[in-house]
Write a protein that binds this ligand. Structure first.
Ligand SMILES: O=P(O)(O)OC[C@H]1O[C@H](OP(=O)(O)OP(=O)(O)O)[C@H](O)[C@@H]1O
Ligand code: HPA
Ligand SMILES: [Mg+2]
Length: 183
């Protein structure tokens, strides 16, 4: 446990078991497609590292940094690319790897960007899905867990850059962000 958490939702073992299942599913779906797995930094970095070890197919990896939350627990609504991909996605079977889909704004932006860049196909795998947070109508193709309408941290997920290193995921105490954010 961590003193800034209200409760733990998923422990390390539970997370890794789910990652293994997602890896097996993706291995089966992409065995002949030489997929390009795109990690959305920074949040998805831990999930990506664990996931690709369980994806038993010929594949490539690339990285993109996107930010819309900054030092807040609420989306700014403005999605920005901080670091773009190194290679073209044209004609590639793209798998976007996310830690969480909340408002869906990041995902919509990414999917639109990949279609615009002429990827052959685009699917999204996210470890956590928070459907109650949605502002746009979009759903991941693969997800690990559905989470409640609370701000969660750990296993890559941050609040103001902290807590990414926790090996488990839990709900952040609201007084941690209530004191530093406007209403
Ligand atoms: O569905 P949404 O409401 O758009 O939220 C999901 C996105 O927000 C977080 O990224 P953030 O902007 O905090 O950057 P980070 O990954 O570097 O923490 C998270 O990692 C997702 O990419
Ligand atoms: O619940 C969350 N926690 C951390 N980062 C996030 N980005 C969107 N939702 C969340
Ligand atoms: Mg963040």
């Amino acid at each position: 446990m961590h003193p800034d958490l209200e409760r733990i939702l998923f422990d390390e073992k539970t997370i890794l078991e789910k990652v293994k299942q997602l890896g097996a599913q993706l291995s089966s779906d992409y065995h002949d497609k030489n997929p390009l797995f795109i990690c959305i930094l920074k949040g998805a970095s831990l999930f990506m590292a664990d996931l690709v070890k369980r994806v038993d197919v010929h594949m490539e990896m690339d990285f993109m940094a996107i930010s819309s939350y900054g030092a807040s627990s609420q989306s700014s609504g403005v999605v920005r690319i901080l670091k773009d991909l190194e290679r073209s996605v044209e004609g590639r079977h793209v798998v976007i790897v996310e830690d969480i889909v909340d408002t869906g704004l990041t995902l919509k932006y990414l999917r639109d960007t990949m279609v615009h860049r002429h990827a052959a196909s685009v699917r999204i795998v996210t470890l956590f899905d928070k459907p109650s947070g949605r502002k746009v109508d979009i759903a991941p193709d693969y997800y690990g867990f559905t989470v409640p309408n609370a701000f969660i941290v750990g296993y890559g997920l941050d609040y103001s850059e902290h807590y990414r290193n926790l090996p488990f995921v839990g709900v952040l105490k609201s007084d941690i962000y209530a004191t530093s954010e406007p209403d």
